[in-house]
Design a protein around this ligand. Structure first.
Ligand code: ADP
Ligand code: MG
Length: 339
C-alpha cells in the first residue's frame, strides 16, 4: 500500500530523516514510535506530500508522491500534529468545507453523518469548534481526515495533550478505523502504540532502529525483571544486604523519597525471580521493605536495548540526571522535554 525507499530529509545541514525504508500493508495499523525530534512528523509530512524529501522514493497505492501527487494524496487522510481547524466554524460547517475542498463525490449528508457517528461527534455537530474540549477538537481533526473515504489514515500524535479518559476514547476510535483503513500513527509513548498497533517502527535520530510486533518487542525487551523498592534504613546497610543476592544484575539508589527510607531500582537476570531473596535478605538484616513494584517499560529502556547501548552493571551511584530519567520513565509522560 505504501512503499518508502531510502528516504532522507535534510533541513539545511540538519539531517532529520536518515535513509529510512519500510512498507505498509493494506489494512495494517502501523505505529511510529520515537522521542520528540526523532523525525516522525517529518516522515509523515513527506508521506502525505506536504514536504518534499531530499532524496528517496515514496509511493502510495502504486502512485509516486512526486509524479502523481493528486492520485497519491487522494488515498490519504491526514491528521497533522497541529490540525488546521477553523475555530469560528461549527463542526458541521467545517466538515462541509473540507468536503468541498476535497471535491468528494459521495452523498454529502450521508457521508458526513456517517463520519460523525464513527468518531462520535454527532452531538456537537452544531457547536463552534472554538468551544469544544481538546478531545473533541481532536475527533474533529480525525473526522476531517476521513472525509472522502481515503484508504489510508495518517495520524500524527493523535492523543497528545488529551486527558486519560479522552486518550482511551481516541484509541478506541483509531482501532475501529483500523478495521476499514490502513492506519499509520505516531507517538512518543510506548503504551500507546502497544495498545493500538499491529506493528511498530522505532525511529530515533532520524534512523529506523527496530521494526516488529508489539508482542515481539515486548518479549525481547521484557522488563518484568526490573523493580523499584523502598526500604527503611540506611543506604549503605541496605546495599550491603542486597549485594549478596545471586541473580541481581544491579542495584541503584534513587535516594530518599520518604523520610527514613531509601528507594532503589533493582534489575535481575532474565528468568530469575529475586523477589523472595530480596525479602529474606532485608528481613534478616532487620531492614523493613516498605514496597516492591515492577517498573513500567520506558521508551528510554527500549532505546537503550534496541540501540545496544545499555551500560554495564552499576552499583549504588546516585546521579541526579538518572533519577530524573527514572521518574519520567515511571509515567510522567507529559514532561516532553525529558522524552
Ligand atoms: P518528531 O515529529 O519525531 O518530534 P520532527 O520530524 O518534527 O520530529 O523533527 C525532526 C528533527 O528535525 C528535529 O531535530 C527538529 O528540530 C528538526 N526540524 C523539524 N522541522 C524543521 C524545520 N522546519 N526546520 C529545521 N529543522 C526542523
Ligand atoms: Mg512530531
Amino acid at each position: 500500500m505504501i512503499k518508502i525507499k531510502n528516504l532522507t530529509k535534510k533541513y539545511g545541514k540538519k539531517l532529520a530523516v536518515d535513509n529510512i525504508s519500510f512498507t505498509v500493508k493494506e489494512g495494517e495499523i502501523l505505529g511510529f514510535l520515537g522521542p520528540n525530534g526523532a523525525g516522525k512528523s517529518t516522515t509523515m509530512n513527506i508521506l502525505t506530500g506536504y514536504l518534499s524529501a531530499t532524496s528517496g522514493e515514496v509511493s502510495v497505492g502504486g502512485f509516486d508522491i512526486l509524479d502523481n501527487p493528486i492520485e497519491a494524496k487522494k488515498k490519504i487522510g491526514y491528521l497533522p500534529e497541529h490540525p488546521p481547524l477553523y475555530m469560528d466554524m461549527t463542526v458541521r460547517e467545517y466538515l462541509d468545507f473540507v468536503y468541498d475542498l476535497k471535491q468528494v463525490k459521495e452523498d454529502r449528508e450521508e457521508h458526513i453523518s456517517k463520519i460523525c457517528d464513527t468518531v462520535k461527534i454527532t452531538d456537537v455537530a452544531d457547536r463552534l469548534i472554538a468551544n469544544l474540549s481538546k478531545g473533541y477538537k481532536q475527533r474533529v481533526g480525525i473526522a476531517q481526515a476521513m472525509v472522502g473515504n481515503p484508504e489510508i489514515l495518517i495520524l500524527d500524535e493523535p492523543t497528545v495533550g488529551l486527558d486519560p479518559k479522552q486518550i482511551i476514547e481516541i484509541r478506541s476510535v483509531i482501532k475501529k478505523l483500523g478495521r476499514q483503513h490502513t492506519v499509520i500513527l505516531s507517538s512518543h509513548i510506548l503504551q500507546e502504540v502497544n495498545a493500538v498497533c499491529e506493528r511498530v517502527l522505532i525511529i530515533n535520530n532520524g534512523k529506523l532502529v527496530a521494526s516488529d510486533t508489539p508482542e515481539n518487542l515486548g518479549k525481547t525487551i521484557s522488563n518484568e525483571n526490573k523493580f523499584q523498592l523502598r526500604v527503611a534504613g540506611e543506604e549503605r546497610a541496605i546495599l550491603d544486604a542486597l549485594e549478596g543476592i545471586s541473580g541481581i544484575k544491579y542495584v541503584k539508589s534513587l535516594g530518599r523519597k520518604e523520610a527514613g527510607s531509601i528507594d532503589f531500582v533493582v534489575e535481575a537476570e532474565p528468568d530469575v525471580d529475586v523477589r523472595a531473596s530480596i525479602f529474606n535478605a532485608l528481613a534478616s538484616a532487620k531492614l523493613p521493605m516498605l514496597s516492591l513494584q515492577t517498573m513500567d517499560l520506558s521508551l528510554e529502556d527500549i532505546f537503550l536495548e534496541v540501540t545496544g547501548s545499555q551500560d554495564g552493571v552499576y552499583f549504588a551511584d546516585v546521579d541526579e540526571e538518572e533519577i530524573e530519567m527514572i521518574n519520567v520513565a515511571k509515567g510522567d509522560t507529559d514532561n516532553e522535554s525529558n522524552l
